[in-house]
Design a protein around this ligand. Sequence first.
Ligand code: ATP
Ligand code: MG
Length: 457
Amino acid sequence: MNDSGEAGSSERERFVAAMLGAGHELWVVGGAVRDRLMGGTGKDEDFATSALPDVVEETAKALGRRVTVVGKRFGTIGVLLDGHWSEVTTFRGDSYSSGTRWPDVTFGTSLREDLERRDFTVNAIAEHPLTGELRDLFEGRRDLEAKLLRAVGEPHARFVEDPLRILRGIRFVSELGFAVEEETLAAMGRSTSLLATLSQERITAELDRLLCGSFPAEGLELLRETGALAVILPELAPMVGCEQNRFHKYDVWGHTVATVGAIPNGTENLRLRRWAALVHDLGKPYVRHTKPSGEWGFYAHEKEGAERAEALLERLKLSRKDVQAVSLLVRRHMDRPNVEERRSVRRFMSRSEGHWDDLVALKRADNASHTYDDREYHDALQAMCDQVAEEDGEALRAQSPLSGDDIASIAGRPPGAWIRPLKERLSAMVLDGEIEAGDRVEGERVVRVMLSNEGKP
Ligand code: ATP
Ligand code: MG
């Protein structure tokens, strides 16, 4: 149970002994119990206790432990035990209001009351911190074995009470690979409109975890199936049913789900790459047109998608840095350098603004659900990128001698999206040795030539 010391000597064990010794109930609850029963280890433990938060705080402090108030409103005390933060939360219930400094909680008196308020049966198993005895009042172990996510109590009422549980459930599907029990699933579908009442931060935190799960495709399909997609990501909804052409096995949504799933678990920058995969074809439904051949075409969807991705991820409140990186990956995901030509690969890398590994990973995943196989191309591209990065590292940092503002002032126009191709051209020329790094005079001359050629074929 705890391997950081001899029996009775670890900080955890002294805390547990102090709490139980003072006559308080104390149980390990939530994810730590669930994951341990599934054979996992190493999760920070959360505790539920009959003691009020002030008592938890005093007990931990008396043992010299660091404490922090995790949720002022909820009366959760964080206690640092053997280098891990454990959250200790007083039993929830509606038995009595405490009269302490925890304004918004009604504390309960029994473990049962507390467990009844938890979201899913597999999350509602309590384990005694000393004896390991399990309190499994809702057959959570049965559901764990069946890999089933089942709401505690009456599902619809529980989702109405707190709609975040719908997204938590979908996120657990992605993390654990469980199926959702039938009535729970139906109740999720009936309550998705309530998701509109949640704060963006809480929604985005769940989406983040969904995308980083081991079974993201299952999670994403469940978002669509329940109708949650249309409420929390309406920007993605037009992808559903957007048919493609003979190069594709799926509609744009199906292809998107497959692309997210094709970013392998455990890869570097997983989160960024999965977000990029999710939105890489966001532009397609908006630019779809019929080609002369009669097939659907998606000309310039990467540019449309990059702009829409930027707006979407800003709305979702991702960090500025993440928004920029994802939008760049979307904009560049159709780039296809000639892997035989170093110069072509160098240009590809320089345009990826340091994200070439992420870009190759995205292109590879994108290809996984095409009807043709491009694995060899991507292997060669990755190999060439590695080689160029090693041998020409310095040159890759080649920058346009002029900033966007410089270009705007030369043109006498307000800055905007029109600057990007000009700046990229300048960077490419530096990269290819056609302009000296930092040569602003030559840079300006080139910009003027490009401006005078604007609009000409
Ligand atoms: P993980 O730590 O992997 O996210 P977890 O199950 O521990 O999984 P937490 O968010 O840490 O999830 O919550 C701890 C426990 O608190 C859950 O297992 C669940 O019993 C309960 N819980 C959390 N959020 C809710 C909620 N919105 N409604 C009901 N119970 C909840
Ligand atoms: Mg937890």
